[in-house]
Design a protein around this ligand. Structure first.
Ligand SMILES: *Cc1c(COP(=O)(O)O)cnc(C)c1O
Length: 463
């Protein structure tokens, strides 16, 4: 499978090159030149088989020209060996709401769904880098969970340096500690004095500085990296096969990576009733789908910090497909959005998006109510991101047909919100017990691309 850029001005690349590059040189995002197709019989086979086998079947179609079957199998098996649930992504039906399910995606090392893709990506990345030779510098902006998942997957690997920017004081304490207590010398944490969007914008600016980017072999492992989308598509296939009929998937959404993985599964042949984009008060995506204007505002801190995002990078992938893969329009539209912070969606694009996506925004009060309600009716604690999706799911539950709520984080990752809603402090799972004893390492820097560039060059010079 070859990959093309949404903006149409970069040469096609194979999966390993896409993995190592992250962003395309023309500023666009990589997409498969054509989507591989699963037949109905093949889709049914996702039922009841070990999760790693399902992941292999999906990744094989997308990565076969870059890695052998044996390489893929080895890395995928290793990626899921350390999860604390043998099903990896178990589907749990709610007692008080039959036909409504939680898809638990938080059984990996850092307790959020990011592990599911990052554990695979880290291993394949190291393999691709060893084949290519040389070093790589990974730069990521995180709203909290990508950073810890990337550090868990890439900390201590040879020839890779990992620079993670998180917005200072805007991630939960558990999230911060998971990043800053890493013992590995190749991990460099930066608390940026700004928002997630500021940090993400610095990533984009530094990628655009071609000489710098080439000089340090700059790479992105956030959800703009197609390898993550590929690995996240897997649980849509496994959940749908288990249910045996088309479901509505409700997805807590920030950067649009996870919900786009659902579109990817659909484009590979999966029948899905609807993809519901569940956002918190940072509702740019809900407004874009409702009103047809994609316009960013000021990012507001909420109880679901991993979704405190105004500019959803992966939305470009959905726009690319919705426009009939019109890369010329995408390049113009993205340039306009970058300049003015606003983009009016043509009606043909909006109609195509609405065929697949619905959206709902939920405020903090309603989020707390959802956590409380699920605790009272199910005797189960859910995290605030899952709660945002739970609230968004309600009208779809009334419609009939299975509804799958993606449960993207373990409640212990956001204990303050959970305790505020229920009066109960969630137990920290065994693997996080030592977290509060670890020594923290991070530097505080202004949200300014030049400062970050200088910091990276200084750190690399000390190697
Ligand atoms: C990252 C994250 C999200 C949002 O996922 P996107 O792919 O950025 O849309 C939702 N919930 C949790 C817990 C996350 O860590």
């Amino acid at each position: 499978m070859n990959y093309i850029s949404t903006r149409g001005k970069s040469a096609p690349q194979d999966f390993a090159q896409v993995l190592l590059a992250g962003l395309a040189p023309d500023g666009g995002l990589y997409m498969p030149a054509a989507w591989p197709q699963f037949s109905r019989a093949e889709l049914a086979q996702f039922r009841g088989r070990p999760y790693a086998d399902s992941a292999f079947e999906v990744l094989k179609r997308l990565a076969s020209n870059a890695f052998s079957d044996d390489e893929l199998r080895e890395d995928i098996e290793a990626a899921y060996a350390d999860f604390d649930n043998a099903d990896i992504a178990p589907l749990v039906e709610l007692d008080a709401a039959p036909g409504t399910y939680l898809l638990e995606l938080f059984h990996g090392p850092t307790l959020a769904f990011k592990d599911i893709a990052m554990q695979v990506l880290g291993r394949l990345f190291a393999r691709a880098l060893a084949k290519r030779g040389g070093r790589a510098t990974i730069l990521a902006a995180t709203s909290g969970d990508t950073g810890s998942a990337a550090i868990a997957a890439l900390g201590g690997l040879p020839n890779i340096d990992v620079f993670i920017m998180h917005p200072k004081d805007r991630v939960s304490e558990v999230q911060r500690l998971q990043m800053t207590t890493s013992p590995h010398a190749n991990v460099h944490n930066i608390a940026v004095e700004g928002t997630f969007d500021d940090a993400q914008s610095i990533v984009k600016q530094l990628f655009a500085q071609k000489a710098f980017a080439r000089g340090v072999n700059l790479t992105a492992v956030n959800s703009i990296n197609f390898a993550r989308i590929a690995a996240q598509a897997v649980y849509y296939f496994t959940a749908a096969a288990e249910l045996g009929e088309p479901a509505t998937f409700v997805v807590p959404t920030g950067n649009f990576g996870d919900v786009f993985a659902g579109e990817a599964a659909m484009r590979m042949g999966l029948s899905v009733a609807q993809l519901v984009v569940a956002t918190n008060a940072n509702d740019i995506l809900a407004r874009a789908l409702d009103e047809g204007v994609y316009a960013s505002g000021e990012a507001r801190p909420t109880l679901s910090p991993s979704m405190d995002i105004q500019v959803a990078s992966n939305f470009e992938r959905a726009l690319f497909e919705a426009s009939g893969r019109d890369s010329e329009w995408i390049a113009e539209a993205m340039a306009q959005f970058a300049e003015s912070g606003s983009l009016e969606l043509p009606s043909s694009v909006l109609d195509a998006l609405r065929e697949r996506y619905a959206a709902h925004a939920t405020g903090d009060e309603e989020t707390l109510e959802a956590i409380r309600f699920v605790y009272e009716t199910e005797d189960r604690l859910i995290d605030p991101h899952t709660a945002v999706a739970y609230a968004a799911a309600q009208p779809f539950i009334a419609d009939g047909g299975p509804v799958v709520i993606l449960s993207t984080a373990h409640p212990a990752k956001f204990p303050q919100a959970v305790e505020r809603a229920t009066g109960v402090e969630p137990d920290l799972p065994e693997r996080l017990k030592g977290l509060y004893e670890g020594e923290e390492r991070y530097d505080v820097l202004p949200a300014e691309a030049g400062e970050i560039r200088r910091y990276i060059l200084d750190r690399l010079a000390q190697l």
